[in-house]
Design a protein around this ligand. Sequence first.
Ligand code: ADP
Ligand code: MG
Length: 341
Amino acid sequence: MASSDIIQLLPDSIANQIAAGEVVQRPASVVKELLENAIDAGATQIQVILKEAGRTLIQVIDNGSGMSETDARMCFERHATSKIRKSEDLFSIRTMGFRGEALASIAAVAQVELRTRREEDETGIQIKIEASEIKTHEAVACVTGTSLSVKNLFFNVPARRNFLKSNAVEMRHVLDEFQRIALANPEVSLSLHHNDTEVFNLGGGKLVRRIIDIYGKSYREQLAFCQEDTSYISVRGYIGKPEFARKTRGEQFFFVNNRFIKHSYMHHAVISAFDGSIAEGSHPFYVLFIEIDPSHIDINIHPTKTEIKFDDEKSVYAIIMAAVKKAVGVYNLSQSIDFEE
Ligand code: ADP
Ligand code: MG
């Protein structure tokens, strides 16, 4: 190397810390990533335990596949994933994760403790890692599945720690992520504890039950079933009847192949379908699941993956609108029949 050369490769710990800036904004981002990993591992029961809105502790315990000893060490490496092997896989993604960045990023900015065991292994493994550095690594007795504790988030990045909002605001973000994942996976039992108080304890079941368990029994009579199938996409879910529309937003959900997304164009399709039956400035409840061949979408736009691109947006718009129109129409019809009886 000539003395005038100045470029160097970043050490992994710094590269991870930079990547963490995109993946881990706040406790809610950690909750999302850990819940998605548990879902991808096939868990049917997941517990989330938080202290101080996740500032001091975020623990996610699942009964999924668990990891082998080598994988348990590997999972904290950057670009380490079991979900993608070749570039074509990028066009058939069915898992929530695939970048192999979440655990590396989280472990770069927190004190992390992993315990995991596969069904077929005699003992489990426990790893403690802090600011990307493995501190301890030992065999332990534990149940099948994975427990990941994230302590003192941003302990080594004071600027980011100071940037966090009040516990109430951080908790709001956590609840948003938790509820999205709960809606997308109604068959999975999910609980959430905050400072030793039980916030949610959701039994596995059908989507209607999950909606009612989250939002309350009064939602039962609000919901109209919605379904439309074409060769390009299928749409399925529930919409809130127009008269239940609220002034505040926050109960509008699109899931594409079970991934929560934000899409203002598709939101517009739903609103247009109500065709003036909702008061100006009010928003209807909806939970809509869109199933589409993964080769027709691009979910690589942003690391947190809440935005996606469809190859034929106009068709998606038209099909969603038709689905909602039908649901609103059927409901109006059955209403008038009820009335005549
Ligand atoms: P990604 O989910 O994008 O693959 P992550 O950094 O979130 O990347 O996780 C890395 C890998 O660690 C995963 O691909 C998976 O093989 C393994 N892993 C992470 N969490 C769990 C878990 N709860 N149960 C089993 N395996 C897990
Ligand atoms: Mg992941």
